[in-house]
Design a protein. Structure first.
Length: 399
């Protein structure tokens, strides 16, 4: 999926094969039947002949591609960069709840196009509700030769007061690549009923004291004499200090608490904010940081397929997970990542042993997806551990 406007060339594809240039008769004894059948029929079916082949190399032409910008005319103000053919659904659950209970708003975008660049649909602020950060999930399947991608946005809302509310409509705008026009899909508004929540029990504080044995229930404290003497009133209290000699502002803890700690907090806040800004502006950096979290999700799915004994789903999930991890780390589309990526990783400093393991994994994926017969659970578990180990090694190199 192109992400920048401009003109590009798809590199040529090379193919090596053997070309049949003729036939030669097999050497050996001939019988009378060979002479009898040595006719045009034999020549047609090449019976008793051996093909003569020569190695040949072919190369396709470079394909020029022009990536255009979406038209500015009639461009909606809430357009979020989606290009392709999409469907949009919104689900609210539950619609009847109590104050303080969560509502999950599930927004699902599916179809063909630049699904990875699709941003969360504009979600309006709702008075009386507290909203939390949106969780995003991405998946893709093949149907009738087409790859159908799905992106799910889940947002959690917490009502703060009771009553009947109307959650405003949610819009998704995309540029239709077939009609060459902007399309807007609207869902909602949604009715929500919020009941009064359960009241917290009041906290009671009880003071306990020693009680006399008699019927007098009034609390009495025991008085203990520590020292007998006369303390004279001092007209001058002197300087405020801690201890006999050291003043409070002369203690190192005073300077650490009131000067060094605030400075350190400001530095940490600056670093965190800088990283947060980079995650929003640098797509490659954001993909790099999220790569490990995404591949862990794939590994969890593969673990379930391993437990169920589903060989094809197991290797398909492992292959998708490894491709997703490498595409995020290298800031490339997942479709461009396959076994040939090993040569690029060699340039980045990956050791020979890990490169060999990675190449073997891709060969195993291809073999298992075409023919899953004869693969034992022991071999599947070995491949699962090999993928985890390889990703751990890649994580230290592809930072």
């Amino acid at each position: 999926t192109p992400i920048l406007i401009g003109k590009y060339n798809l590199e040529p594809v090379f193919a090596r094969c053997n070309v049949v240039t003729g036939y030669k008769r097999n050497s050996g004894r001939r019988s009378i039947f060979d002479d009898f059948f040595d006719s045009d029929v034999n020549n047609f079916f090449s019976i008793g002949k051996q093909a003569i082949t020569e190695p040949n190399a072919s190369r396709s032409n470079a394909v020029p591609i022009s990536v255009l910008d979406v038209p500015l005319e009639d461009k909606p103000h809430d357009y979020c960069g989606a290009v392709g053919n999409f469907e949009f659904q919104v689900k609210i659950n539950p619609v009847n709840l109590k104050v303080g209970e969560p509502i999950t708003v599930t927004m699902k975008v599916s179809g063909t196009g630049n699904i990875e660049q699709v941003e969360i649909p504009v979600f309006p602020e709702i008075s009386g509700f507290k909203s939390y950060e949106t969780e995003i999930k991405l998946d893709s399947t093949k149907s009738r030769g087409k790859e159908i991608s799905t992106k799910v946005f889940e947002k959690v809302l917490i009502p703060r007061k009771e009553g009947d509310f109307s959650l405003p409509e949610i819009k998704f705008v995309f540029f239709d690549s077939n009609t060459k026009k902007y399309q807007t899909i609207k869902r909602g508004p949604f009715k929500v009923h919020v009941d009064k929540g359960e009241e917290d029990e009041p906290v009671t504080i009880i003071a306990l004291s020693n009680m006399d044995d008699d019927k007098d229930s009034s609390p009495k404290k025991e008085i203990k004499i520590i020292k007998k003497d006369i303390r004279y009133i001092k007209p001058d209290i002197g300087e405020l200090s801690v201890g006999e000699k050291e003043k409070i502002y002369e203690k190192i803890s005073f300077w650490i608490l009131f000067y060094i700690v605030p400075i350190l907090l400001l530095i940490i806040l600056f670093i965190v904010q800088k990283k947060k800004n980079k995650l929003h502006t640098d797509i490659g950096f954001a993909r790099n940081k999220k790569a490990m979290r995404k591949v862990k999700s794939y590994l969890a799915q593969a673990q379930k397929s391993l437990e169920d004994g589903n060989v094809r789903d197991f290797y398909s999930t492992l292959s998708k997970g490894l491709n997703s991890y490498l595409s995020d780390k290298l800031n490339r589309s997942a479709a461009s990542v396959d076994g040939k990526i090993v040569s690029e990783l060699e340039i980045r400093g990956l050791d020979v042993g890990t490169l060999a393991i990675l190449s073997e994994l891709y060969r195993t994926f291809d073999s298992a997806l075409f023919s899953a017969v004869g693969i034992s659970l022991e071999q599947m578990n070995k491949d699962y551990l090999s993928v985890k180990k390889t990703i751990g090694l890649l994580e230290r190199i592809l930072k």
